[in-house]
Write a protein that binds this ligand. Sequence first.
Ligand SMILES: [Zn+2]
Length: 68
Amino acid sequence: MSEEGEPTVPVVCEACETETAVTLSEVAETVTSHNDRLHDGAEEAGVDPALADQLADVVAEDMGLLEE
Ligand SMILES: [Zn+2]
């Protein structure tokens, strides 16, 4: 609740059967450190695939890549 205004995305790890809501700015770090710590660097955890496409758009928009 302290991060009001910042969108969160679900990071899921099928290997751990966990789902965690993470703010956009922390997704990359969270995924990397989770996989590092728990899966020896294997790419187990990641953004919910159903949202990945959507997220790509949001991030691109956020970075101004979709604007002239
Ligand atoms: Zn995991």
